[in-house]
Design a binder for this molecule. Structure first.
Ligand code: ARG
Length: 364
């Protein structure tokens, strides 16, 4: 049952979105008005409405442009939008996801993309349980955690569904999806959908002995996309990595892969005192290795200085379009040498605009 309040809310959001989107798309006021009337009627009759492909496509791009935490927004217009609102079951959905992954990975020349599954009001709605489509498992063992501690709970979910990993530090987790009220299904990721990079260092040949690696493409798969009052719980999207996400967080955080002590030993840094800045030096070497290795294997990646410059260009570009940029400073600054970037010295309004990508509670 859809209440009058919900109907009113959706109508208001639809009107605001369509007005803005049609203006940005250069459409006439008459055309916008015609479409708004049509949509309002649809909402009156059914409680919801269906986006045209053009609306969907522009709405997802606006949501990227509006994401306050993202430093990579200069490229918002280049997003490839796959419309998967017609999928009927999980297997079909899994295949669409694998197609997206191959398209985006593109042998290393990464292409930003998003796949949109049926809206939440549809009987065919699905939910992806993974936080990211490619992610390493984490296991609690007597000797401590093996793998990615960020995946402990989800790894257990996969094991309870019948999946079993090899038990290495870098086991790729399976895809888990469920449709409507049905039980979840899991699918191993096909080999060709996952490209990984083994880490080496441009000057230190012993670095490879650390046997570190990371996957090429971050595909966020657990956020909800809202466009004009219509919510899509399954809308996995990807960009390419900024080096520090891997080198200054995933592999460096003491509650993730905790590699700074190992890197420091390899470089024979003085770990007996903080004042040697061994952590800072190890962090820099690790980040050099990440950027070097991705480049060596022809996999797209951006360093944090370039990304910050691109963000300032995005700000300028938006200003030229008569739009102001919102942002969350604490997320926009990179975790390595933040004060060397222009972003550090600016301040941002963290107001949330729509269309938007939002967190949603985990289905498990
Ligand atoms: N920080 C996340 C990770 O390290 C990925 C978030 C999205 N990043 C991106 N470059 N689009 O896996």
């Amino acid at each position: 049952m859809i209440t009058t309040t919900t109907r009113k809310r959706i109508a208001g959001q639809a009107k605001a979105f369509l007005g803005e989107a049609y203006f940005e798309l250069g459409k006439s006021e008459e055309e916008a008005k015609r479409r708004i009337d049509e949509v309002l009627q649809q909402i009156e009759l059914t409680g919801c409405y269906t986006h045209t492909y053009e609306e969907l496509k522009h709405g997802t791009k606006m949501a990227w442009r509006n994401n306050n935490r993202c430093i990579g927004r200069l490229f918002w217009q280049s997003l490839e939008v796959f419309d998967a609102r017609d999928v009927l079951d999980e297997l079909d959905a899994a295949n669409r996801i694998f197609q997206h992954m191959s398209y985006a990975t593109n042998s290393g020349r990464i292409r930003p993309a998003i796949t949109i599954f049926p809206a939440n009001h549809s009987n065919n709605r699905i939910r992806i349980w993974n936080h990211q489509l490619v992610r390493y498992a984490g296991y609690r063992r007597d000797e401590g955690i093996v793998g990615d501690s960020a995946s402990l709970a989800f790894t257990e979910v996969c094991e309870n569904l019948g999946w079993k990993g090899e038990g290495t530090r870098f086991d790729v987790l399976p895809l888990v999806i469920h449709k409507g009220g049905e039980a979840p299904h899991w699918y191993p990721l096909p080999r060709e959908t996952v490209l990984e990079v083994a880490l080496t260092h441009p000057e230190n040949n012993e670095f490879e002995q650390l046997k570190l690696q990371w996957y090429s493409v971050p595909f966020i798969s657990d956020m909800e996309l809202e466009i004009g009052g219509i919510a899509y719980a399954a809308a996995p999207f990807n960009g390419w990595y900024m080096g520090t996400e891997i080198g200054a967080r995933n592999l460096a955080d003491s509650d993730r892969y905790n590699q700074l002590p190992n890197v420091a030993k390899l470089f024979q840094l003085d770990m007996t005192t903080n004042t040697s800045l061994w952590k800072d030096r190890a962090l820099t070497e690790l980040n050099i290795a990440v950027l070097h290795s991705f480049k060596k294997h022809g996999v797209s990646i951006v360093d944090h200085h370039t990304a910050a410059e691109q963000f300032l260009r995005f700000e300028k570009q938006e200003q030229d379009q008569g739009r102001s940029v919102t942002g969350r400073w604490s997320w926009l600054i990179p975790p390595l040498s933040p004060a060397t970037t222009g972003i550090w010295h600016r301040s941002y309004d963290d107001a949330e605009r729509t269309p938007a990508y939002r967190y949603q509670s985990a289905p498990y």
